[in-house]
Structure formats: structure tokens, C-alpha cells
Design a binder for this molecule. Structure first.
Ligand SMILES: Nc1ncnc2c1ncn2[C@@H]1O[C@H](COP(=O)(O)OP(=O)(O)OP(=O)(O)O)[C@@H](O)[C@H]1O
Ligand SMILES: [Mg+2]
Length: 429
């Protein structure tokens, strides 16, 4: 009897234990399933409600041609659309480009219409031709068409879109859209009506630039580079700073263009092949293949000397600089090489100061070159001194004018006195 009772107790216990085990398993399975479906729902939700930062709204406030997305409407592809060009071709990396950049995307037909079937060409670089276009909003833009079958260009295209979508500064050329359609890749930029600095200094568009304009351009470019080096997170090195990549807007304010060769400043120790433009490349980079912010500083030094001399770096500028740097009595003689159109005695000190800054940027040892913040500071100081001097001169000028007026007044009184003396006898007669 006792045995029977024991068997019943054991049976019941085992039954209860098995029951608890089965119930626990079922509970865990249900929780796991619920959690998974919740995560899936959340990821779908976040993908469709991902905030899209649109380029052009808070950037380049002094730009005449930037497009606000609310104005675009026509032809703009919905960034969130699922079945877009790259999606249909199943290329996930380019899908990512589309949704990550947040830059408005256009279809080929709209660009064809805006460029009047690609008629007005603004210039041509290694990337391909650049056309003027008028968008349906009447905004004027520049459309850079990537040459077909250029693998290097396609890589630069992706870099440019991704990079520019997160870089916004009044001294960087604003990307306002792009087009990937009918096998074509195009970048749409704000229109810079005064073209490139290179074309103003020695291109088809040559123009006499005043010292004030050159100083302002130097400061604008310095601000643009300062944003890339010290403002962007992570920092960005441009890698192709040259006067052809400095563009000027309708008020002759300068902006840095072309980030296709740019790269975040990470040196992985590997040889990635030299990139850049002859005449602007840091000799230290050419020998070590290690590109740093200081290599950008070197290229900027060359641009500053272009502004001072109007000599093309591809036509022996560096030889002229080296010769002038030796100078006489241990002092550089910049006057020898400065643009003759600039040699006005009132500016000569400022010109020499800018040449000294530029020369420091070209130091053989990269770490001895100034940082971009130092360069901006030094150029601003020249500008400030100039402003103070002009104010003093204008005050002195007004004091002189006052003296002149007083003298004139005195002379008039004397003259009228003389006349009245002369006229008096006649009146008596
Ligand atoms: N946003 C723009 N607004 C007005 N003109 C532009 C604009 N972008 C480029 N251009 C014109 O098109 C020309 C070619 O530009 P692009 O950047 O393709 O070549 P590049 O800078 O001369 O050479 P590289 O390809 O080596 O950088 C420029 O010199 C300039 O005159
Ligand atoms: Mg360019």
C-alpha cells in the first residue's frame, strides 16, 4: 500500500515537473517570437520615417542659386521610394547612397530639359563636361556629367554625394542634387557665375583682380579649408586644392569645389597611389605617400602665391618663389615676383605679409607649416589692419576736407570784401 502511494506521488511529481518544463519552453518561445516581430516592425518603421536632411536650406546663405527643396517639387524623386533605379538593379551599396545622402535626385529627362539638351558648356575637367542649366524653379545650376566608363569617376561620384551631404559651409560649393539615370551619373551644383579663379587669373576669362578682391578670396578659401580640417567631424582633407577648384559667385566671393578626391584623414599605411594635380602636390606626400592636412596647406600656399603673382603653377611658379625667397641680405624679395598690376605702394606691406604667410605654408617639413587656423588668423589680421588704416585715412581725409572748406570760406569772405571795396567808389560816382 505504502509502495503504491509512493509510486503515485512520484508519478504526480514527474508529471508536474514535465508540465512546468513544457509551459516554460512555450513561454520562452512566444516571448522570443514577439520580440523578433517587434524588432522587424521597428526597423521597417524607422526606415520609412528616417529624417531626411536636405542640402541647400541652411547652407550658402549668400548664394543666389541654391535651391530650397520645397521649391523643387517637379521632377524630384521621392527619397523614400522603394523601387528606384539602383533598387531595381539590386545594387545595395548605391541604394545606401541614395537614402543616406538625403540629396535631391533628378531623372535624366529633367536634366536634359534644364540644360536645353546639354547645350551651354561651362567647362570640362577630368570628371567630364560641366553644363549650365535652368531648373523649373528658375534656379540656375551647374551640371557635371560623369564621363561614361570611368571607374575612377564613379568612385569619386559616390564620395562626392556622400561627403557633400554632410558638409555645409558658405565657402564650399553647394551640391543641390544629383542624377543617376539612363546609365548617366550627374552632379548638380549651385551656379558660380564668375567661374574659377584659374580662369580669372590666366584662362579665357582673365580679369584684373584688385588687391582687396584677392585678399578676400584668400580669406574665403582659408575659411572653407578651416571648416574641412577643423569643423567637420571626422576631419576631411581635400587632396585637390588648386585655383581651378576655387569658384567665384556673382559677388566675387570664393568657394572651394570638388571633393571627388577628398578623403577623411585616416592614413592606413597602405600605398593608395598618388592623387592630386601637378604643381600643387606636396613634395613630402610625393615621397612618403602620406597625405595629411599639411599637404592641403602646401597646396593652399601655392594658391596664395597664384593670387599674389598671377603665375601658373604649371609654368614654373615654384622656381620664381624659390628665387625670390633667397632674396638679398637674408631677406625674401617678394616684390620681384608680385603681379605688376598689384604694385601700388599703399598695398606693398600687406602683399609682403601675405607672401610670408604663403611661404610658410610651403615649408619642406610638413609639421613646420602652419595649421589652417593659424593661416586664417594671419590673413584676417592683414584685412583688419587694412580696415583700420582705411578708417584712419578717411577720418584724416575728412579733417583735410574740413580744413579745405574753411580755407575756401575765408577766401570767399576776403574776395567779397575786396569786391565791396572796389565797387564802393563806383557806386558813389
Ligand atoms: N558650380 C559651377 N558653377 C559654374 N561653373 C562651374 C561650376 N563647376 C565647374 N564649373 C566650370 O567647369 C569647369 C570644369 O570644372 P571641373 O571641376 O570639371 O574641372 P577642373 O576643376 O577644371 O579640373 P579637374 O577635373 O582636374 O578638377 C571649371 O573650370 C569651371 O569653369
Ligand atoms: Mg574642379
Amino acid at each position: 500500500m505504502a509502495n503504491q502511494t509512493n509510486i503515485i506521488i512520484i508519478g504526480v511529481s514527474v508529471g508536474v515537473a514535465v508540465g512546468i518544463l513544457v509551459a516554460s519552453c512555450a513561454f520562452i518561445a512566444i516571448r522570443f517570437y514577439r520580440k523578433r516581430s517587434h524588432v522587424q516592425n521597428r526597423s521597417v518603421e524607422s526606415a520609412s520615417t528616417l529624417p531626411i536632411r536636405v542640402n541647400g536650406i541652411d547652407a550658402s546663405i549668400d548664394s543666389s542659386a541654391s535651391i530650397a527643396v520645397s521649391e523643387i517639387g517637379h521632377g524630384l524623386h521621392d527619397i523614400g521610394k522603394k523601387n528606384h533605379y539602383w533598387g531595381r538593379r539590386g545594387n545595395p551599396s548605391k541604394d545606401l547612397l541614395h537614402s543616406l545622402s538625403g540629396i535631391p535626385r533628378y531623372v535624366y529627362k529633367d536634366i536634359q530639359k534644364a540644360t536645353q539638351n546639354f547645350t551651354t558648356i561651362l567647362g570640362e575637367g577630368s570628371f567630364g563636361p560641366v553644363y549650365k542649366a535652368i531648373m523649373p524653379t528658375s534656379a540656375v545650376v551647374a551640371v557635371k556629367v560623369l564621363a561614361n566608363n570611368s571607374k575612377q569617376g564613379e568612385k569619386e561620384f559616390q564620395t562626392e554625394v556622400l561627403l557633400l551631404s554632410r558638409l555645409h559651409h558658405r565657402n564650399l560649393v553647394n551640391l543641390v542634387g544629383y542624377c543617376v539615370d539612363k546609365g548617366q551619373h550627374m552632379l548638380i551644383y549651385e551656379f558660380m557665375s564668375n567661374g574659377s579663379l584659374a580662369s580669372l587669373l590666366y584662362g579665357d576669362n582673365t580679369r584684373n583682380l584688385s588687391w582687396e578682391q584677392r585678399l578676400q578670396i584668400a580669406l574665403d578659401v582659408s575659411h572653407g579649408i578651416e571648416y574641412l580640417h577643423d569643423g567637420a567631424v571626422p576631419p576631411v582633407v581635400h587632396r585637390d586644392l588648386k585655383s581651378a577648384n576655387i569658384l567665384l559667385d556673382k559677388s566675387m566671393r570664393a568657394k572651394v569645389a570638388d571633393f571627388g578626391l577628398s578623403k577623411e584623414e585616416v592614413y592606413d599605411g597602405r600605398n593608395s597611389g598618388l592623387k592630386g594635380t601637378y604643381g600643387y602636390m606636396d613634395p613630402d606626400y610625393m615621397s612618403t605617400n602620406n597625405y595629411t592636412k599639411k599637404s592641403d596647406i602646401y597646396s593652399f600656399g601655392i594658391i596664395l602665391f597664384e593670387l599674389l603673382t598671377s603665375i601658373n603653377p604649371q609654368q614654373g611658379l615654384m622656381d620664381y618663389i624659390n628665387l625670390a625667397a633667397i632674396g638679398g641680405e637674408g631677406k625674401a624679395d617678394w616684390d620681384e615676383i608680385i603681379d605688376s598690376k598689384l604694385s601700388c605702394m599703399s598695398n606693398i606691406e600687406e602683399i609682403r605679409q601675405l607672401a610670408d604667410i604663403a611661404h610658410r605654408c610651403l615649408h619642406k617639413i610638413p609639421r613646420k607649416r602652419p595649421s589652417i587656423a593659424d593661416v586664417t588668423h594671419a590673413i584676417s589680421r592683414i584685412g583688419r589692419r587694412r580696415l583700420n588704416r582705411d578708417e584712419t585715412l578717411s577720418i584724416a581725409g575728412s579733417i583735410n576736407a574740413l580744413g579745405f572748406l574753411k580755407r575756401l570760406e575765408r577766401q570767399q569772405v576776403e574776395l567779397s570784401h575786396l569786391t565791396s571795396i572796389k565797387e564802393s567808389p563806383a557806386a558813389v560816382v
